[in-house]
Write a protein that binds this ligand. Structure first.
Ligand code: NAD
Length: 361
């Protein structure tokens, strides 16, 4: 295990993308968002993705320094084409536009199609909440055929995340942000590299047997740490039985079909589609009942008598806040294999040995 200071990690990852044709601004943006995923405890969506992103860049699946194209523009609605630019570049443009439209109209919707991997969806809800807005995000991921619907053993869906952000005056927002599968694929990747084990029954074999073995997704492991999710014969299960499976389907239809990205299938070019709604509580509720009611109700929830072994009932966003505070202070822990794979990629891209050494200083 290596522990890397947050600023060092951002600088180092920015070097990698700077050597991969991204502008200095884009390189730093990708590095910052990936590191933020680690900071908030979502290692599956953090710097572990660097080798994969660079692979996508090499085969032309993701395009550096891309500009978003506006396809539909009304006072309360926009449809944007990310044209396979890095998600960290095109998603903030879409969210910013949603915020601007919502500030004028009280309500806005923005459909973003063909974005590169947009990472942790909570980032986008936090961005809207920082401007005082509620937001709801439906997302899918093409070419990520990973998840079996309730009652099935074959892959038909992506891990299709769903996210809602609720701003609170004087407090961090409530951010509910999850994959609609029992686990996000990145958690299978982390488990396959020796990290945290998967919960039992996260995966399903082609004969319907429940399992926690990531090989069902990736097939037999290769000697390096690359994993190919098309090689396994099993699937991740949709969370929450028929209800979660239904929500995953809705994410595919809203984030995939309605944005124009396409619902998930095999042999597509990777893209995230995101349909997001933005609501300004100040317009809905000029008497400002909402904020006080959010506080009253969340206090009521927190005060629930906990089950044995749990200190206190938490709100969505609490675990991320706690881990962010810890890792900001102590640094970001990375598994040796994860770090070795990132360093290999950095070397391939021509990052200097001095920069590599400085990352861990
Ligand atoms: P998860 O299972 O860790 O759940 C996270 C959510 O549950 C958060 O809102 C968190 O605050 C809340 N939570 C966790 N423990 C809690 C507790 N004890 N009490 C109350 N609330 C609690 O998340 P996941 O499904 O593994 O997803 C991880 C990340 O992966 C997310 O950020 C998601 O957006 C991202 N993701 C992205 C893509 C993509 O294609 N870009 C695809 C799938 C997932």
């Amino acid at each position: 295990m290596v522990i890397i200071k947050v600023e060092n990690l951002i600088d180092f990852i920015a070097e990698v993308f700077g050597h991969a044709d991204s502008s200095p601004e884009e390189a730093r943006r990708i590095a910052t968002y990936l590191t933020t995923a680690n900071l908030t405890g979502h290692d599956s969506h953090g710097v572990i993705r660097v080798p994969g992103y660079i692979r996508w860049k090499k085969i032309g699946s993701v395009v550096p320094n891309q500009t978003v194209e506006v396809l539909v523009d009304t006072p309360s609605l926009a449809v944007l084409d990310g044209k396979f630019g890095y998600g960290q570049t095109v998603a903030p443009v879409a969210v910013k536009l949603g915020i601007e439209k919502c500030k004028k109209a009280g309500l806005a919707a923005v459909a973003l199609r063909n974005a590169g991997h947009i990472g942790r969806i909570g980032d986008w809800a936090e961005m809207a909440a920082a401007d005082g807005l509620v937001s709801v995000h439906f997302v899918n991921a093409t070419d990520s055929l990973l998840v079996a619907p309730f009652g099935g053993v074959e892959r038909r869906m992506s891990t299709a995340p769903y996210c809602v952000g609720i701003p609170r005056q004087g407090h961090d927002p409530i951010v509910l942000d999850f994959a609609t599968s029992v686990v996000a694929e990145g958690k299978c990747l982390v488990a396959s590299l020796g990290g945290k084990k998967l919960p039992k029954g996260a995966l399903i074999d082609s004969d319907g047997t429940l399992s926690d073995d990531p090989r069902l997704l990736y097939g037999p492991y290769t000697s390096d740490s690359t994993r190919d999710h098309t090689q396994g014969i099993g699937a991740i299960r949709a969370f929450g039985e028929h209800k979660g499976s239904g929500l995953a389907l809705i994410c595919e239809l809203m984030g995939g079909a309605l944005t124009g990205t396409g619902a998930t299938a095999a042999n597509q070019r990777f893209a995230n589609g995101m349909l997001a709604f933005y609501i300004d509580p100040k317009v809905v509720d000029p008497a400002n009942f909402f904020d006080g009611e959010v506080t009253r109700y969340t206090d009521f929830i927190r005060a629930t008598k906990p089950v044995p072994g749990i200190e206190q009932v938490q709100l969505p966003g609490d675990p991320e806040r706690r881990i962010r505070a810890e890792r900001t202070k102590d640094g970001i822990p990375l598994l040796d294999d994860t770090w070795a794979a990132i360093v290999n990629t950095a070397r391939e891209m021509g990052v200097s040995e001095t920069d590599i050494r400085q990352a861990t200083s």
